[in-house]
Design a protein around this ligand. Structure first.
Ligand code: FES
Length: 163
């Protein structure tokens, strides 16, 4: 599935300089690609293709290898996260209680697909695994706020609280 990037890349020269410095420091150490990518994500908040390209050019690792690592490990984000990060639990207990409908309705209300961020940078939407609150299924989190026993009809009102 291709992920549409709804927020244009807006890296600064300062961020690029920071990244170049990290690459110069770590480049020659064995196994340094992961630490460089982690630092890059700390600097930019995510690893868009522009940042992956900078890492590739700075380290000599092919872009395909960097993309492969970035997509394999769940700690790396290829798209930016919103100011408000919405996670809908799609674990079994939540799923049987209608979490799929919750997820679909949020996509419709926000105009984005799972894994994306709204163009104003406010909301990002992701599915997650069981968060250990199955008794409250279906469950969604917005940053640290937990919403349980959710219904599709409540979603619009909940989102308004964050507008
Ligand atoms: S399955 Fe959703 S909280 Fe456990």
């Amino acid at each position: 599935m291709s992920v549409k990037q709804t927020v244009p890349f807006a890296g600064t020269q300062e961020q690029a300089d920071q990244l170049q410095q990290i690459i110069a420091q770590l480049r020659d150490e064995p196994g340094s690609l992961m630490p460089i990518m982690q630092k890059a994500q700390e600097i930019y908040g995510y690893l868009p293709i522009q940042v992956q390209t900078m890492i590739s050019e700075g380290t000599g690792h092919p872009l395909e290898e960097i993309y492969g690592v970035a997509t394999f490990y769940s700690m790396f984000n290829l798209t930016p996260k919103g100011k408000y990060r919405i996670s809908v639990c799609l674990g079994t207990a939540c799923y049987v209680k209608g979490a799929g409908d919750i997820f679909a309705k949020l996509q419709e209300l926000l105009g984005i697909a799972g894994g994306e961020c709204t163009a104003d940078g406010k909301f990002s939407l992701d599915a997650c695994r069981c968060v250990g609150a199955c008794g409250l299924a279906p469950v969604m989190m917005i940053n640290d706020d937990v919403y349980g026993r959710l219904t599709v009809d409540e979603l619009e009102g909940i989102l308004k609280k964050y507008q």
